[in-house]
Design a protein around this ligand. Structure first.
Ligand code: G4P
Length: 309
């Protein structure tokens, strides 16, 4: 049975991708949530809402929780600061991190212990201050869970993979003070919007094999040139007129500039599209956020994100 469905429409793809192992992971999470003190939900700092899995939200609602906006080093620091304010205004614990760096995991530990202040105090009173904190680590595929665990634990235990859908089982990983339950990456059955699906595809959380790469590259260019025109122009040496071209012509113009031609002088648009998506994912376009927080009134002014992740 096919585990995905893509339906073409006027300018975007309706993408659904929910292999059987993801349904199994959700069932496993339902059980394991009872065995942990709190959950740590990794989100992608470039698309915090699109990477917020409603199924994970539902399951983790029963326990204290911290959101970590990972890959903050790839996102626009100003927008990340807005996201932190957005989450905190909703009374949700939230930190921005780069899972490759120790500073990121240290920030998570401090924030988790703040979320668990009451529990830790109760344990202290009962003489159980030495009990380990049990955390469930969850998030969508490719969000950086393995990387986080390796940095957290201080050695390469979990295998980081660049492909979503590389199936892993749950595993407990221990440190002196923590037991971390690493869950496989999981999406959800039906994305509520095509934008969500596109965002997940742009950052590489949906298996590329099921995507039309040219469509993906054109949508990505179209979206990014609205908010960061100077970054696209600079990377691909485009003048103001070229930057306004219809998406397919823009793809061709970039391919031509890179000398990606086939016989007859035509542009190999598939090759150009692969190059564009790869370069975006490798942050060659610069630090870009694909999503801004919805406007909420009375957000607090202060934040402690300095954009240095
Ligand atoms: P997963 O377990 O959630 O599926 O994700 P994983 O840790 O495998 O990470 C997916 C990719 O994202 C890896 O890149 C990893 O290095 C990268 N990554 C994770 N966290 C961060 C972060 O905070 N910042 C940046 N810039 N990248 C991050 P890769 O190219 O697949 O692997 P590698 O060659 O880097 O090992």
């Amino acid at each position: 049975m096919s585990d995905f469905n893509t339906t073409k429409n006027s300018n975007q793809y309706n993408i659904q991708w929910f292999p059987g192992h993801m349904a199994k992971t959700l069932r496993m999470m339902e059980t394991e949530i009872h065995n942990v003190d709190a959950s740590l939900v990794l989100l992608d700092a470039r698309i915090p809402l699109s990477s917020l899995n409603p199924e994970i939200e539902r399951i983790t609602a029963r326990k204290p929780k911290l959101y970590a906006l990972n890959k903050a080093d790839l996102a626009d620091p100003e927008v990340t600061a807005q996201w932190i304010r957005y989450f905190r205004a909703a009374d949700a614990g939230c930190v921005a991190i780069n899972a490759k760096q120790k500073g990121g995991t240290a920030a998570v530990k401090a924030a988790i212990e703040k979320e668990l202040t009451d529990l830790l105090a109760r344990r202290q009173v009962r003489g159980m201050g030495g009990a380990k904190i049990r955390l469930m680590l969850c998030g969508i595929p490719n969000v950086g869970k393995s990387t986080f665990i390796n940095t957290f634990v201080g050695s390469a235990r979990a295998k980081a993979a660049d492909k979503p859908g590389v199936t892993r089982g749950k595993q407990w990983v221990g440190t002196e003070r923590y037991d971390l339950l690493d869950m496989p990456g999981v999406l959800w059955k039906k994305f509520d919007s095509k934008q969500t699906a596109s965002n997940l595809a742009f950052i590489g959380s949906i298996k590329d094999d099921i995507l039309d790469i040219e469509e993906l590259a054109m949508n990505l260019l179209d979206q990014v040139r609205c908010n960061y025109p100077e970054k696209v122009a600079e990377r691909y040496k485009l003048n103001a007129e070229q930057l306004q071209l219809p998406p397919f012509e823009l793809l061709e113009a970039i391919g031509r500039k890179r000398g990606m031609l086939i016989s007859g002088g035509e542009v190999n648009t598939e090759r150009a599209a692969i190059m564009l998506v790869d370069e975006f994912r490798a942050s060659k376009w610069g630090r870009i956020s694909l999503e801004k927080p919805p406007v909420r009134e009375e957000l607090p002014e202060e934040d402690d994100f300095d954009g240095e992740e």
